[in-house]
Design a binder for this molecule. Structure first.
Ligand SMILES: Cc1ncc(COP(=O)(O)O)c(C=O)c1O
Length: 360
């Protein structure tokens, strides 16, 4: 239902209007199709991967070595990783809270999960007993819904710990495009650490391309998991046209589009906070977040009641219980609003939320 509403502020996919630069790329689609059809697919794929990962500072990615596999979406990349990981056995220490389809997919293949509290992850070294008891540490950075980013220093220390304990370090960096603090070269840190690692990259959160997107599954040379085999069990490859489109959008972003997007999201975030902050009990737990989602603490109210009153008006946001996959009650007082939306619908939805909050 949410997907069909003009006031859908629920999912974290990009649904804002195209910028003029992006609209020009879409206008040129017939030419892009013809050019891509005449190019070797391998070249198209490598060019797209370089344009996207270089845009976000990931210069040491192993694209040239065949260790960056293009998938239809990051969930497909995740499913491939999960099916490979299950061969190694579990459990997996998974960041808590995080986007719920990550625990769903990992559990779906039979992996047991152990919550890794986000605060604990950022504080310092992980407990060696935890690392002795798991086969993988899985971190979403920037995290959805909190927007917290793993610093270079913490990534280096975590990768060193994973190397010492022979634990796979897996990262979901789907939201990295929004936050320059996530643009240090993760692949340099990971390659230098000697740990076994996997990264899932995602173009689908940044640009409003109607679900034309790529999830990249990137992995270390000595991973020892059958990722290429499982990838080829599931797909032959992603569409060269989508890859070429991603390359064009990445070039536009490098040419100023990314800075514009950051300003756009910051403006939407400021609007939501300004409209709601005077309401009693309402707060914003992620003051430092630059991700395209914003959590709203609804005070003593029940987030489910607020969600239900909004749904009655065809306005959709997300109650946060499912992000707290190991302890849903922790999300009882929290809603998440998507910010990658055009200003008009976002402000209409925010106004409706303000009225519901004021009345409850
Ligand atoms: C952190 C994270 N990873 C993966 C996904 C899955 O993305 P998709 O639905 O494009 O496969 C999402 C979706 O919102 C997400 O937030």
């Amino acid at each position: 239902m949410a997907l069909n509403s003009r006031l859908n502020m629920a999912d974290g996919h990009a649904r804002q209007a195209l910028t003029p630069g992006q609209a020009r790329i879409i206008d040129d689609l017939p030419n892009l199709f013809a050019k891509t059809a005449a190019s070797p697919p391998e070249e198209v794929e490598l060019d797209a991967c370089r344009a996207y990962l270089d845009l976000l500072g990931q210069h040491s990615h192993p694209g040239g070595d065949g260790r960056v596999l293009a998938c239809y979406s990051s969930s497909v990349a995740m499913e491939i990783f999960a099916r490979a990981m299950v061969r190694e056995g579990g459990p997996v220490a998974l960041i808590h809270p995080t986007f719920d389809n990550i625990p769903d997919i990992l559990r779906g293949v039979g992996l047991r999960l152990v919550p890794l509290e986000e605060d604990r992850l950022h504080e310092g070294d992980l407990d060696p007993d935890l690392l002795n008891s798991v086969r993988c540490v899985f971190v979403t950075t920037p995290n959805n819904p909190t927007g917290r980013v793993l610093t270079e220093e913490r990534l280096r220390a975590l990768a060193a710990q994973c190397a010492r304990h022979n634990v796979v370090l897996a990262l979901d960096t789907s939201f990295r495009g929004f936050d320059p603090r996530g643009h240090y070269d993760h692949y340099r840190v990971l390659e230098d650490s000697g740990c076994r690692w996997v990264v899932i990259e995602d173009t689908g959160k940044l640009w409003p391309t109607l679900e034309l997107k790529i999830g990249w599954l990137v992995f270390s040379a000595e991973l020892g998991l059958p990722i290429p085999k499982i990838y080829s069990d599931i797909l032959l490859g992603a569409s060269p046209l989508v890859l070429a489109l991603v390359q064009r959008f990445a070039e536009d972003a490098a040419d100023g589009g990314l800075a514009d997007l950051h300003r756009f999201i910051a403006g939407n975030r400021a609007h939501v906070r300004q409209e709601l902050s005077h309401l009693p009990g309402v707060g914003f737990p992620d003051l430092d977040s630059r991700a395209s989602v914003e959590r709203v603490h609804v005070g003593d109210r029940s987030a489910l009641d607020v969600w239900s009153a909004l749904s009655d008006q065809n306005v959709y946001v997300l109650p946060c219980q499912k992000f707290h996959w190991a302890n849903p009650a922790e999300g009882d007082s929290m809603l998440r609003i998507a910010l990658a939306r055009s200003a008009g619908p976002l402000s209409e939805a925010t106004r409706a939320l303000r009225h519901v909050l004021a009345a409850t």
